[in-house]
Design a binder for this molecule. Sequence first.
Ligand code: HEM
Ligand SMILES: [Ca+2]
Length: 369
Amino acid sequence: ETKNSLQTARLPPPDSSSIFSRRLSLSANFGDSRSLEYDFYRNSCPPAEQIIRTMIRRLYEVRPNVAPALLRLVFHDCFIEGCDASVLLDAVNGVRSEKDSPPNETLKGFDIIDSIKAELEAACPGIVSCADILVLAAREVVVLAGGPFYPLDTGRRDSSRAFADAATYGIPSPDEELRTTLASFASRGFNEKETVSLLGAHSIGVVHCKFFLDRLYNFHGTNRPDPSLDSGFLELMRSRCNNSHRTAPPESPISFNIQPPFSFDGLPLPSFNSSLPSSPEEPGMIMDYDGLRSNFGTLYYRSLLQGRGILYADQQLMAKEGTESWVRAYASENTLFRRDFAITMMKLSNLQVLIAPLGLVRLNCSKVG
Ligand code: HEM
Ligand SMILES: [Ca+2]
């Protein structure tokens, strides 16, 4: 299965950019033998995967929000020129980083990757790529958050540059219509079903008010809320995010209105206080649909059935029969969802990977040299 998804993932998307074609033709020169391998570090750094697992588990105990942070981070890396750790690079000498692009402004978890990298550099200097660390760390947090385990091949190499423009235009927008979202995923090889299952990642984490304020107060410039929103849920969201969050500068004390976390279905919440937005000036909604962590995914899809998706792009999954039927299926069959989510996470983690001699192993994940 890994092999198949890797091959699919290596097909050029319809809108393939020149950099992508360059990579593809270069790797094609070496034939098909160059691909990721199961346990790539078995000789060069045997404890690599165990180190990552142990560190993530320890971190998760004190900071459970590492789970959503890293799950989102791997998506934002792999979606832009593949899983090459390009998203981790800092700006240098006026060359913009992906971190600075608007869709990435609220990304978190860079420090976690850095500390894992430091540990791995101490154990096996110059061996384990940042790109592999990121996908492996994301796999661990999915399991900790109650999601499925999935096997991953390794041997990804890191990019030597960031793709700031590609990140600005290539990360899907939360306000997008369904067809645009589907086209964006299709261009990376994900069909409708796979797109619906990947969005199950929105079972955990936080959404800041600015990403859905328009839905609450001025949907598509109508001065009215989004009609697809359940009315009770609209009130709940408005109580979290008032209209002033639209214009208030981030440091404005006016925005201080965080309330205790709650669960959408009245389920008891675990102590997830640290998944509150990082600063009190940035209120938002907790996507902790899976209060008991036993059913990762189920409550996300059920909430879409009830018109309770937080982002417009989430709720849009109900706008078309093809995607709606998958929302229904995943809302009622958690085993099916877990299987499909595992497969699509493997596919996401294998997008456009760089294999030696392409790319490099960065010694510091946020710098090239
Ligand atoms: C149409 C596609 C998607 C859109 C428009 C979208 C948009 C967003 C937005 C706006 C946020 C809130 C960020 C914030 O408030 O700081 C968010 C959070 C998140 N997204 Fe997505 N996303 C999409 C797909 C995905 C996928 C495919 C994954 C992973 C496989 C993912 C994982 C996450 C996670 C885990 C969070 C919570 C982050 C945290 O709490 O730190 N998203 N997403
Ligand atoms: Ca990337």
